[in-house]
Design a binder for this molecule. Structure first.
Ligand code: TYM
Length: 334
């Protein structure tokens, strides 16, 4: 069975992009591989936030992943900070990566641009190294992620290969598993369809949260930015010239489990497309929200899942870390 690893940050409100670009594939994969899914709380410390919010968001995210369909009997679900090997391996990889490689990471450039590089936390700069450690600790073959993580996965592969060349075969070189175009790889913001839907977005009206109620979903979809085209072929899938409409078509096709062209062929106007999309998103979210309420009513059950997950993950991560420590020449304690 291939080893699968992926992670999600407990920051901001999880949204439709997270679900359609990543989490639904995690659920689909969980019986096809030996899957590890991680709430990456240490990554959340790279941007400012309150301790109480992080505490709450970590539990909320783990609960939501269970509600979305992760089955603790089929996969390993855990919290990153519960397995110390993540930060330990990260140091070895910080001594493998170059300053120049980290400088070229577009997410660092984007995220540090707001407050300026001078004020950005050093952890934001080294973020991709911790992410590489997450992945490499589990001898991961496949990493299911959205398109925005492509560059981080390339770096992870480079670091694994470099480490192996320098110190001898230690890590499996993982493959990114990114949905094909049109199948959720990059869900766009409904208000600014040239930007990806994002947890940190300053466009709450363009982001459909997984906890949004039906009226909110309907309002956001109804107000989604399209264009002023009219006529029989206004509704067509063309992400370059009609990004807003293309995003709506993609969302509806995924929600219905049909093809984009088939969906596009059914409409000549934006109004009915939006009405059907809103209904489809509401039906997608309702069972997840109901299951969330059930799991959230039993926090000790969630805590038990996370404790068992961390125990299992820790055993595997320790063995990989010991291999890596030995490879670089660290002397094991007697
Ligand atoms: P995060 O928490 O930002 O997002 C979690 C997953 O959701 C995907 N995603 C999207 N997919 C499609 N359209 C969108 N608009 C969209 N927005 C987010 C992301 O690609 C991701 O798969 N660095 C990672 C977390 C991480 C990780 C890892 C992932 C840490 N360590 C190891 C994989 C393996 C992140 O910030 O994801």
């Amino acid at each position: 069975m291939p080893r699968v690893f992926s992670g999600i940050q407990p920051t901001g409100e999880p949204h439709l992009g997270n679900l359609l670009g990543a989490v639904r594939y995690w659920v689909e994969d969980q019986r096809l591989g030996d899957c590890f899914y991680c709430v990456v709380d240490l990554h959340a410390l790279t941007i400012p936030g309150e301790a109480a919010d992080l505490r709450k968001a970590t539990t909320t995210m783990a609960t939501l992943l269970l509600a979305a369909g992760l089955d603790p009997d089929a996969c390993t679900l855990f919290v990153q900070s519960h397995v110390p090997a993540h930060t330990q391996l990260s140091w070895l990889l910080e001594c493998t990566v170059s300053f120049g490689e980290l400088r070229r990471m577009t997410q660092f450039k984007d995220k540090s641009s707001k407050g300026g590089e001078e004020a950005a936390r050093a952890g934001l700069f080294t973020y991709p190294v911790l992410m590489a450690a997450d992945i490499l600790l589990y001898d991961t073959d496949r990493v299911p992620v959205g398109d925005d993580q492509r560059q981080h996965l390339e770096l992870t592969r480079d670091l694994a290969s470099r480490f192996n060349t320098r110190y001898g075969q230690t890590f499996v070189v993982p493959e990114a598993s990114i949905p094909p175009a049109g199948r959720g790889a990059r869900i766009m913001d409904l208000q600014e369809p040239l930007k990806k839907m994002s947890k940190s977005s300053e466009s709450p009206q363009g982001t459909i949260g997984l906890f949004d109620d039906p009226a909110t979903v309907e309002r956001k979809v109804k107000r989604a930015v399209t264009d002023t085209d009219s006529g029989p072929d206004a509704v067509r899938y063309d992400p370059l010239t009609k990004p807003g409409v293309a995003n709506l078509l993609e969302l509806l096709a995924i929600a219905e489990g049909t093809g984009i062209e088939e969906v596009a062929g059914r409409y000549t106007q934006y109004g009915p497309l939006k009405a059907d999309l809103a209904a489809a998103v509401v039906s997608l979210l309702e069972p997840i929200q109901a299951s969330y309420r059930a799991w959230a009513s039993d926090p000790s059950a969630v805590a038990e899942v996370l404790a068992a997950g961390a125990k299992h993950a820790d055993g595997i991560a320790r063995a990989t870390l010991a291999r890596a420590y030995d490879a670089v020449g660290l002397v094991a304690p007697a």
